[in-house]
Design a protein around this ligand. Structure first.
Ligand code: SF4
Ligand code: FE
Length: 509
């Protein structure tokens, strides 16, 4: 699979930078999931996996499940257009809901219902929400910057949005910089590229250098929206850059993040993976003097708007984590199934554990859906989730999937991790032993019992534990980031006054 080499001393003279029109000429409108599969082939990107540059990442068995998950976002729009499409006033046509700017609370409610549904269908991170949340926040941020500085960012953004909607493309969010020494600001870092920055500019656009870390669905999409990861000071001006970059732009190197048990995809068979069709994708992306034409630059030096960007992005994205309730439905169903296969589904403590799982899962859902119902209109006309409830939703997500997983493992029993492989099950020599002694209820095939056990393993220890557990912990900000937002919005003085009034205390202290 080795066909390309990373140029250690890059020369830029031979690069021809594409204009906006030339960049969009690489795309044609995508309708079906099959169209999408074709759209990501033969792009000439440089992607490394296990130290090797991969000829055609779209065909790689470790990468394929993440592509299948994104494909599902196209398929669902055809199968259930009420749920997964919406009418766009920008192009006067229905668009995939992942490209629809929320213009009402109902839009956000529908979005979260769609996310739960996709979680149920894939059992993993389907990777398309960061792009929608980036588009949603840019609607108001570009509007606000223009209002203050009389710039043209909102117009540029709308032009991009229209093309994105017409072509039905995928956009991923490149937000997290490596950050280096956390005690230092971007401009204070010894390595100046520790945060993405503008390294050069000319009449046509800007050049950026830097790295975006753990980018969800970084390679298998069409565009990357690079954005600042935190608030910026005047000295950090060159780091205050937002722009859209095509995945196949020159100067990008993708390094694929390996995931727990990912090599099971290389071993043949379809039981041991637990969820053979779907998985997530996380990539480390190096941008080496990558060109962004001015038309695709949506912030350039207006450093004070980085804070607004981050706060609003998290308001959208932390509610997007209702996606995990779809996975919660799957893990609850898996726990109930293995209890059934073991013949214990009606045992009272099993029923009670399933009730606990549902209670935890619906608690996540209620905070997420409430944040949509309580959404407010911004000056730009876009609606944004309630910040407090969105943060509570994500904070629930940092905790409850772990408890759901613990209960699922409790119900599954130790066989989940001591069970022989599919190869042993199919072996002429020992297959009969495995089949006979891994059986639970007599009327349930051993293979079905193995499949459910592997699915629970997949979601709580294996490849999709990345999405169900660790991403739940750290995606869209680690738990402490939500506690900071909850602290900012908790208005404890008002609460103290409620208490003083009822206790008959006249003092304002
Ligand atoms: Fe969407 Fe959830 Fe994946 Fe984030 S973690 S991209 S919200 S599916
Ligand atoms: Fe994520």
């Amino acid at each position: 699979m080795i066909s390309k080499t990373l140029i250690s001393e890059p020369t830029f003279e031979d690069r021809t930078e594409k204009t906006v029109d030339q960049q969009w000429a690489d795309f044609s409108p995508i309708v079906t999931g099959e169209d999408y599969l074709q759209s990501i082939r033969n792009r000439g990107t440089l992607l490394y996996l296990f130290g090797e540059a991969i000829d055609e990442p779209a065909d790689h068995p470790i990468i394929k499940p993440s592509i299948n998950a994104l494909k599902k976002t196209y398929d669902l729009a055809i199968e259930d257009p009420d749920l997964a499409t919406a009418y766009s006033p920008y192009i006067s046509a229905p668009v995939n809901r992942f490209l629809h700017i929320p213009k009402s609370s109902e839009d956000l409610v529908q979005k979260h219902k769609m996310q739960r549904r996709l979680g149920q269908l894939t059992g993993t991170c389907f990777q398309r929400c960061t792009g929608l949340d980036a588009l949603s926040v840019l609607h108001s941020v570009t509007f606000d910057v223009d209002k203050k500085y009389n710039t043209q960012y909102h117009k540029r953004y709308i032009e991009f949005l229209k093309k994105a909607q017409k072509n039905n493309v995928l956009i991923s969010a490149g937000m997290t910089d490596p950050k280096g020494d956390r005690s230092k600001r971007p401009h204070q870092q010894v390595d100046k590229d520790m945060y993405m920055r503008v390294v050069e500019r000319n009449d046509q656009g800007v050049y950026v250098t830097g790295v975006k870390a753990h980018m969800t669905g970084g390679w298998n999409q069409h565009w990357i929206c690079v954005m600042p990861t935190m608030n910026m000071l005047p000295e950090d001006k060159e780091y205050a850059i937002i722009g859209m970059i095509p995945v196949q732009a020159e100067g990008i190197t993708f390094i694929y993040g390996r995931q727990s048990c990912d090599m099971r995809a290389m071993g043949g068979g379809n039981i041991d993976q637990g969820n053979v069709h779907f998985g997530g994708q996380e990539v480390l992306v190096f941008f080496d003097r990558v060109f962004i034409p001015h038309e695709h630059v949506f912030l350039d030096g207006e450093y004070e708007f980085a804070q607004e960007l981050v706060t609003k992005f998290t308001a959208y994205h932390r509610a997007s984590y209702v996606c995990k309730t779809g996975l919660g439905d799957v893990i609850t169903g898996a726990a109930a199934s293995i209890a059934d296969y073991n013949g214990v589904e009606k045992v009272s403590h099993i029923k009670d554990k399933l009730v606990e799982m549902v209670h935890l899962n619906e608690t996540i859902y209620s905070s997420g859906i409430a944040s949509a119902h309580e959404a407010k209109e911004l000056e730009s006309g876009a609606y944004m989730n309630d910040i407090m409830l969105s943060n509570v939703c994500k904070h629930n997500v940092t905790r409850f999937p772990y408890e759901l997983s613990r209960i699922a493992q409790d119900i599954a029993g130790g066989i989940m991790v001591t069970m022989p492989s599919e190869a042993d099950y199919r072996s002429e020599e020992v297959g009969k032993i495995v089949d006979r002694f891994l059986r639970g209820r007599d009327d349930i095939p051993t293979e079905d019992r193995m499949r459910i056990l592997r699915l629970i393993e997949n979601m709580t220890l294996g490849r999709n534990a990345v999405g169900y557990l660790t991403e739940s912990m750290h995606g869209a900000g680690s738990p402490q980031a939500q506690r900071i937002q909850i602290f900012r919005g908790m208005n404890v003085e008002e609460k103290k006054q409620f208490a003083r009034d009822l206790a008959g205390i006249k003092s304002k202290k």
